[in-house]
Design a protein around this ligand. Structure first.
Ligand code: MCN
Ligand code: CUM
Length: 788
C-alpha cells in the first residue's frame, strides 16, 4: 500500500485534496471558447450536405449575400485559390476542408457563411442554394470491398479500390497451425458500433489574424494545442502563416474525450476567413453537427481463440474490418495505424497470436476519431474478454477460474507479449481476487444456480483487462513526425511560491490539482502555493497534449524530474547557506539539513529566496527547471471488473444489480480524482454497452442524430459504481504511476456484455453485440424460442 510522504497541508501524492480548478467552475467563471469575445467579432456557420454522396453542380451565394450582415460565403473553390481546400489528417490521409465537386458523407461541410452575428449567419446558411446530384452511397463496409464497388477516393493517386490499408502483426502461419490442431476453438464475429463523443461542450474556435503584427491567435477547443500549431504552420506556411506567428490557446474545455484531438474542417475555414477578412471569426458547432460528425470504433472483428480441453489458452487470432468513413482521421501515432490494438492478447500468458486489419472507405463521416479508448484498446479488450468468456462457456468452466489459470503471473513481468509489447508490471491475480471478494463472487454463483433452477435469468460478467497508455517512447511514437515526449517547466519565485507549465491540456481531468501535488511531493512546497498553466502555445513548453491517458505517464514524469533538477540546485544553495559542503546536505520533503545535525536546516522556501538574493559564487541565479520527458516504455495499467445483472425474459429488460471495478494504475497521485475518473469512465462504458450506437439507412442517412434518439446515459441509467484499487507501481516511471483515465471505458463494456450474455445463456444465446438493448435481448430470446 502507498504511504503518504507529505502532510495534508503540503498535499503531495496520495492525498485526496479537493480540485483547485473547481472554485472557478462552480462559480460560473470557467472560460470556454464561446466566452471569448474579441473586438469586431464575426461569426461563422457551416452549410452542410443533406446527402451522403453527391456531386455539387452549383453553389449560389447571391441570396445569402443579400442578407444584411452577411459578409462572405466561402466555398471550396474560394479556398482552392490558396490551395487550402484539402488538408492532411493526423494519419496522413487527406480530408476536404470544403468540397469543390463532391460531398462524401451526410452533414459534410459544403460552404461557410460569415456574418456579424450568429443568427444572421444561420439565416445566411439557409439562403445558400446548393444544387446536388445525389449518387448511391456505399454504407456497408463489406460491400465497399466488392469488385464492382464504385471508387470513393479517385482523388488519391494510386488508389484503385476502397481499401485504405492492410495491417498485420504476429505469426499468421504458426497461429493458424495451433488453431487447426487445438482441442477447442471458439469463434465469433464481434462488432463494436460507431459511437460518438457527446461532450457537454461541442467543438469550436475563435480565430483572429492581425494584419499589422501578422500574428494569428486561435482560441480552440483542442486537446493538443502545440501539435495543432505545427499542423497549421505546415498547412498554411505557404500563405505566410509561420509558426512563431501562430498562437493556439486552449481555454477551459467542457469535455474532450478524444473528440477534440482532430483538426476539423471548420477550424481551417475560420482561420482562412480571418486571414482574408482581418477580423476575428468564431465558429461554435451546434449539438446536431457535433452528433453526426466524427465517430469512434466501428470495428468488425472476426475472432478465434484456441485452447486445450482443460482451458489452457494457446492462440488468438483476430481479423478486423474497420469502417473509416470517407477519410482515415484516426488520431494515432504514425507507426500505429490501428493504435495499440495489438494489446488484444490481453492479460493471459500464451505464445501465439496474429492480428490483421483492413481499413475501408465508405460514405460516412470520418471515423477513427478517438473516444476514451487509449488508441483502440477498447476494441482489443472487448475482443479478447468476450472470447475468454465464450471459451469458459464452451468448456463449462468458471470464467474466473479460467482467467486465474491463464493469467500472466506477477513474477513474469516485464512480460513480452506475443504481439510485441513489453508489459511493465501487474498482479492480475490479486486484482481479480480483490474484485471477487468485494462483490461476493461465490455467493452470487450460488444465488445464480438457485435462480436458474427457478427459471430466472441472472448473469455474472467479468473483465480482466490490460491497458497500454503513455505514448510514448520517441523511437516508436510520433504524430506527423513529432516525437511524443511531454514537458514540464517550473519557476519557483523568490517567496517560495511556484508556477509550472505543461505541454498537456486538461479537459476536466484535474491537472491543475494533480500536477501541483506531484511538485508538492517532490519539493515540499504546498500544492496550494503552485499555479499550473497549460494550453497556451506562447507560454507552455512544447508537448503533444492530453489523450491516450498519457499526461501522468509523460508530463507527470517530466514534472517529477524537473523538480528533482531543482532539488539538486537547491542543495548547492543550502550548502552555501549552512556553510557546509554539498556532500553534507541531506534532503527530506520540504527541507535540506546537515547530515548528523538535523537542527541545522533550510526550508525549500529559504533556498528559493536565496536563489534570488544570496547566490553562491559561480552558481546561476534563479530557481527554475524544465524537463522534456521521453518515456522508456509505455505503462500498462490493469483492472478486474465484475458486473451482476438480471434480465426479464418477457421484456428483455436489463437490470444492472452490482458493478465492482478494481483498477491498478500504480501509485496514485490523488485517489479522489482517480475515483472520479473511474466513475465517469464507467458511465462512458455502460453507454456503448447498453445504449449508444450510431445507425445509418441504406442511403447513408444518420438515423439517430439528436439526443432524442441517441441515448447518452445519465445518473438515472447509471448503476452505483463500486470502486477500489490494487497498486503495482510502474518500475520505469519516476513516481511509479500509470495512466488511468481510459481504463474504465475500456474495461466496462465487456464486463456488462459478459454479464448479460451469461444471464441469457440458459436459453441458448451465445453472443450479443453491443449495444445490448432490451429490444435486442427480447429478439434474441424470441429467435431461440422459434428454434425450440
Ligand atoms: N491520476 C492520478 N494517479 C494516477 C493516474 C492518474 O492521480 N496513477 C490522475 C491524474 O493526475 C489526472 C487524472 O488522474 O488528474 C487522469 O490522468 P491520466 O490517466 O494520466 O489521463 P490524462 O490526464 O492524460 O487524461 C486523458 C484521458 C482521456 S485520453 C480521455 S479520452 C478522457 C479522460 O482523460 N477525457 C476526459 N478523462 C476525462 N475526464 C474529463 N472530466 N473530461 C474529459 O474530456
Ligand atoms: Cu482515445 S480518446 Mo482520449 O485518447 O483523448
Amino acid at each position: 500500500m502507498f504511504k503518504c510522504k507529505t502532510s495534508a497541508e503540503v498535499g503531495g501524492m496520495g492525498h485526496s485534496v479537493k480540485r483547485k480548478e473547481d472554485a472557478r467552475f462552480l462559480h460560473g467563471k470557467g472560460n470556454y471558447v464561446d466566452d471569448t469575445k474579441l473586438p469586431g467579432q464575426l461569426h461563422m456557420v457551416m452549410v452542410r450536405s443533406p446527402y451522403a454522396y453527391a456531386k455539387i453542380k452549383s453553389i449560389n451565394k447571391e441570396k445569402a449575400l443579400a442578407i444584411d450582415g452577411v459578409l462572405a460565403v466561402i466555398t471550396g473553390e474560394d479556398l482552392a485559390q490558396y490551395n487550402l481546400h484539402w488538408m492532411p489528417t493526423l494519419l496522413s490521409d487527406t480530408q476536404m476542408v470544403l468540397p469543390t465537386d463532391t460531398v462524401m458523407h451526410q452533414s459534410q461541410e459544403v460552404c461557410a457563411v460569415i456574418a456579424t452575428d450568429r443568427y444572421v449567419a444561420v439565416d445566411g446558411a439557409e439562403a445558400v442554394e446548393v444544387d446536388y446530384e445525389p449518387m448511391q452511397a456505399i454504407v456497408d463496409p463489406f460491400k465497399a470491398l466488392d469488385d464492382d464497388a464504385p471508387l470513393l477516393r479517385p482523388d488519391k493517386e494510386g488508389q484503385e479500390d476502397n481499401q485504405i490499408y492492410h495491417w498485420e502483426r504476429g505469426d499468421r502461419a504458426k497461429t493458424d497451425e495451433v488453431i487447426a490442431n487445438a482441442d477447442v476453438v471458439v469463434k465469433e464475429r464481434i462488432y463494436l458500433p460507431r459511437i460518438h463523443v457527446a461532450s457537454i461542450e461541442t467543438c469550436g474556435c475563435n480565430a483572429s489574424y492581425d494584419k499589422d503584427t501578422q500574428k494569428l491567435t486561435v482560441y480552440l477547443t483542442t486537446q493538443a494545442p502545440h501539435a495543432i500549431r505545427t499542423v497549421v504552420a505546415l498547412v498554411a506556411g505557404h500563405v505566410g502563416l509561420s509558426e512563431e506567428k501562430i498562437r493556439i490557446i486552449s481555454p477551459d474545455i467542457g469535455g474532450g474525450f478524444g473528440g477534440k484531438v482532430p483538426v476539423y474542417p471548420a477550424y481551417v475555414v475560420a482561420i482562412a476567413a480571418t486571414f482574408l477578412i482581418g477580423k476575428p471569426v468564431k465558429w461554435i458547432e451546434d449539438r446536431s453537427e457535433n452528433l453526426v460528425n466524427g465517430f469512434a470504433r466501428d470495428y468488425h472483428m472476426d475472432c478465434e481463440l484456441a485452447a486445450t480441453k482443460d482451458g489452457k489458452i494457446q492462440a488468438f487470432k483476430v481479423s478486423t474490418l474497420a469502417d473509416h468513413g470517407y477519410t482515415d482521421s484516426s488520431a494515432n501515432p504514425s507507426k500505429y495505424p490501428t493504435g495499440m490494438f495489438s494489446i488484444c492478447t490481453g492479460s493471459y500468458d500464451y505464445e501465439h497470436a496474429f492480428a490483421e486489419l483492413d481499413a475501408v472507405y465508405t460514405n460516412k463521416a470520418p471515423g477513427g476519431v478517438a473516444y476514451r479508448c487509449s488508441f483502440r484498446v477498447t476494441e482489443a479488450v472487448h475482443a479478447i474478454e468476450r472470447m475468454v468468456d465464450k471459451l469458459a462457456a464452451e468448456i463449462d468452466k468458471d470464467p474466473a477460474l479460467l482467467r486465474f489459470e491463464n493469467f500472466i503471473k506477477k513474477e513474469q513481468f516485464p512480460y513480452e507479449s506475443p504481439l510485441g509489447w513489453s508489459y511493465d508490471s501487474g498482479d492480475y491475480k490479486a486484482t481479480l481476487e480483490k474484485a471477487m471478494e468485494m462483490i461476493g463472487y461465490d455467493d452470487y454463483k450460488k444465488e445464480q444456480a438457485e435462480k436458474r433452477a427457478q427459471g430466472k435469468l441472472m448473469g455474472i460478467g467479468i473483465c480482466t483487462f490490460t491497458e497500454v497508455v503513455g505514448a510514448g517512447p520517441s523511437k516508436d511514437f510520433d504524430i506527423l513526425g513529432i516525437a511524443m515526449f511531454d514537458s514540464a517547466e517550473i519557476r519557483v519565485h523568490p517567496t517560495g511560491k511556484a508556477l509550472a507549465r505543461f505541454g498537456t491540456k486538461s479537459q476536466g481531468q484535474g491537472h491543475e490539482t494533480t500536477y501541483a501535488q506531484i511538485l508538492a511531493e517532490e519539493l515540499g512546497i504546498p500544492y496550494t502555493d503552485i499555479e499550473i498553466d497549460e494550453g497556451d502555445t506562447d507560454t507552455a513548453p512544447y508537448g503533444l497534449g492530453t489523450y491516450a491517458s498519457r499526461s501522468t505517464p509523460t508530463a507527470g514524469a517530466a514534472a517529477a524530474i524537473a523538480a528533482r533538477k531543482l532539488r539538486d540546485k537547491g542543495k548547492k544553495i543550502a550548502a552555501h547557506l549552512l556553510e557546509v559542503s554539498e556532500e553534507d546536505i541531506e534532503w527530506e520533503v520540504g527541507k535540506y539539513f546537515v547530515k548528523g545535525a538535523p537542527e541545522k536546516s533550510k526550508t525549500i522556501q529559504d533556498v528559493a529566496f536565496a536563489a534570488y538574493t544570496n547566490i553562491p559564487p559561480g552558481l546561476e541565479p534563479g530557481f527554475e527547471a524544465t524537463h522534456y520527458y521521453d518515456p522508456p516504455n509505455l505503462t500498462f495499467p490493469n483492472g478486474a471488473y465484475i458486473c451482476v445483472v438480471e434480465v426479464e425474459e418477457e421484456t428483455g429488460a436489463i437490470d444492472v444489480k452490482r458493478f465492482v471495478a478494481i483498477d491498478d494504475c500504480g501509485n496514485i497521485i490523488n485517489p479522489m480524482i482517480v475515483e472520479g475518473q473511474v466513475h465517469g469512465g464507467l458511465t462512458q462504458g455502460i453507454a456503448p454497452a447498453m445504449y449508444e450506437g450510431i445507425e445509418y439507412d441504406d442511403e447513408g442517412n444518420v438515423l439517430n442524430g439528436t439526443l432524442m434518439d441517441y441515448l447518452v446515459p445519465t445518473a438515472v441509467e447509471s448503476p452505483h459504481w463500486e470502486t477500489g484499487h490494487t497498486i503495482t507501481p510502474s518500475p520505469h516511471h519516476p513516481l511509479g504511476a500509470k495512466g488511468v483515465a481510459e481504463s474504465p471505458t475500456v474495461g466496462a463494456p465487456p464486463a456488462i456484455a459478459n454479464a448479460i450474455i451469461d444471464a441469457v445463456a440458459p436459453l441458448g444465446i451465445k453472443h450479443l453485440d453491443i449495444p445490448i438493448t432490451p429490444a435486442k435481448v427480447w429478439e434474441a430470446i424470441q429467435a431461440q424460442k422459434a428454434k425450440a
